[in-house]
Design a protein around this ligand. Structure first.
Ligand SMILES: [Zn+2]
Length: 267
């Protein structure tokens, strides 16, 4: 198993224990057609309109019980035709990796930011830790790339793409039907508002902050009602969502980022 998958599936729960950095939404149906399943520390999001459900991100590689979790909130992942990926990290793309054994979305077409391709051909490493370059092990069978400003319809659902590079090279956010923002991993939000996601996980924190200023300007006078994040759950949109984007989220045992987050990511 490639190191980043090994870390994600076996070590992350220990390194994150007690830090209260990540607080995904629980598996449930929310408002405006939004649903989520919780795969430990990350959400796989769904958006339903009429008979159509699309997914946003795909969670961990072979996450045990993912299909059953989705079924518990009325979603059959075999019937999903479109998966919008915010970025290529293992906890967002593992579920659709071509080497996944459980195939969470076996019949879906995948969409991902054009800028993420640098990881697939090995041209770019995802991060350097202790002087060791860590490669992103995710590989997708086939996918369609999306770019900033793209607007398209998926079975009657409007999708708008906003490039937000920083966390990864080609990270994108999606605005769905002009009312829901799926922000992936650019923002970490707690009761005080939104921050640039933790530096440890972010490839280029300065670039991420710059992208967040642009995203804020795009959203400010829009009709967005809710914001769905990768690891901080779902929030009603208010200007508070962008209140601290010039700062990186920080968490220590003494001063956890989100005191209401569970101690263990397995909870
Ligand atoms: Zn993530």
């Amino acid at each position: 198993m490639k190191f980043m998958y090994f870390f994600d599936n076996n070590l992350k729960r220990y390194t994150m224990y007690g830090k209260r950095m990540l607080h995904p939404a629980k598996t449930d149906n929310y408002k405006l057609g939004v649903s989520a399943i919780k795969e430990d520390d990350v959400n796989v999001w769904f958006y339903t309109k009429g008979d159509t459900t699309i997914a946003i991100d795909s969670g961990h590689l072979d996450f045990k019980g993912a299909k059953a979790l989705a079924a518990s909130i009325g979603i059959d992942t075999d019937r999903i035709s479109h998966v919008l990926l915010t970025h290529s990290d293992v906890d967002h793309c593992g579920g659709v990796d071509k080497n996944s054994r459980s195939k969470l979305f076996p019949n879906a077409r995948l969409y991902i930011g054009k800028g993420e391709e640098v990881y697939f051909d090995g041209a770019f490493c995802r991060m350097i830790k202790c002087g060791i370059p860590l490669m992103n092990p995710v590989r997708l069978d086939s996918y369609k790339t999306v770019s900033d400003g793209d607007i398209f319809m998926l079975d009657g659902i409007k999708v708008e793409v906003i490039e937000v590079p920083g966390h990864t090279a080609g990270h994108v956010c999606y605005i769905i039907d002009d009312k829901v923002l799926f922000s992936g991993d650019c923002l970490a939000i707690n009761a005080l508002g939104g921050y640039s996601l933790f530096d440890f996980f972010t490839q280029n924190p300065t670039l991420n902050k710059r992208s967040l200023i642009r995203l804020k300007e795009r959203i400010e006078n829009s009709t967005i009602e809710v914001v769905c994040t990768g690891h901080s759950g779902i929030w009603d949109y208010t200007p508070k969502v962008f209140a601290h984007i010039d700062e990186s989220a920080k968490s220590t045992m003494g001063k956890p980022f989100d005191p209401t987050a569970p101690k263990s990511i397995r909870k």
